[in-house]
Design a protein around this ligand. Structure first.
Ligand code: GTP
Ligand code: MG
Length: 198
């Protein structure tokens, strides 16, 4: 898919105030600092469409971007960083869970995980929560430029094992990406395009 147009639409903390249209929507979620905003800039080919930072907790709102006047891309705040995360109830901020539970335009979520790390409980718990609520998702491994190909394969395999040993019968669709090298860009965009056309 060629990205001809990408523009910021709005930011807010309330799913009820999100754009009221029937445009299909794709949301990017994951731990703080995993690279959600960077991935969005890489996918859209716009360097600073979404704000990025080396410090976790940069994105604080639900941010809608309109792509090719056809679909919405949504940048969400990270989970698992805010001080409130100590309480397991507040681990995934309420407005984020409300977004996933109530946003009827949402086609699929992309759960981002850092390819360098072993599967973390907070991520697998979030995936389980999505599953329990019937919300489709794919996994996007980020920061692949930091590892050798052989190590990337090992880490994906480890992820697969952990999910299949847990509640999952199938490993979800997944993508290996790097925002700095644009790895995985064509694959993610082709995946979105396929769903939009179907
Ligand atoms: P929050 O909004 O704080 O939840 O973070 P985020 O998930 O949006 O992460 P963001 O895109 O702001 O990136 C966090 C840091 O990781 C920044 O310093 C980025 O430059 C870096 N980063 C993101 N993606 C990549 C990548 O693919 N490769 C490398 N090497 N660094 C990356
Ligand atoms: Mg961000």
């Amino acid at each position: 898919m060629k990205i001809n147009q990408a523009s910021f639409v709005m930011s807010n903390q309330d799913v009820k105030k999100c754009p009221n249209s029937n445009i299909p929507e794709y949301a990017f979620i994951g731990r703080s600092n995993v690279g959600k905003s960077s991935l969005i800039n890489m996918l859209t080919g716009r360097k600073s469409l979404a704000k990025t930072s080396g410090k976790p907790g940069k994105t604080q709102l639900i941010n809608h971007f309109l792509i090719n006047k056809e679909w919405h891309l949504v940048d969400l705040p990270g989970y698992g960083y805010a001080k409130v995360s100590k309480s397991s109830k507040a681990k995934f901020q309420k407005f984020i869970t409300n977004y996933f539970l109530q946003r009827r335009q949402l086609v699929t979520g992309f759960v981002l995980v850092d390819i360098r790390h072993e599967p973390q409980k907070i991520d697998t718990e979030f995936m389980e929560w999505l599953g329990e609520n019937g919300i489709p998702f794919s996994i996007i491994f980020t920061k692949a430029d930091k590892l050798k190909d052989s190590q990337i394969e090992k880490n994906v395999e480890q992820y697969r094992q952990v999910l299949l040993d847990g509640v999952w019968e199938e490993f979800p669709p997944y993508f290996v990406t790097s925002a700095t090298k644009s790895t995985g860009r064509d694959e993610v965009l082709a995946y979105i395009n396929e769903i939009n056309k179907s």
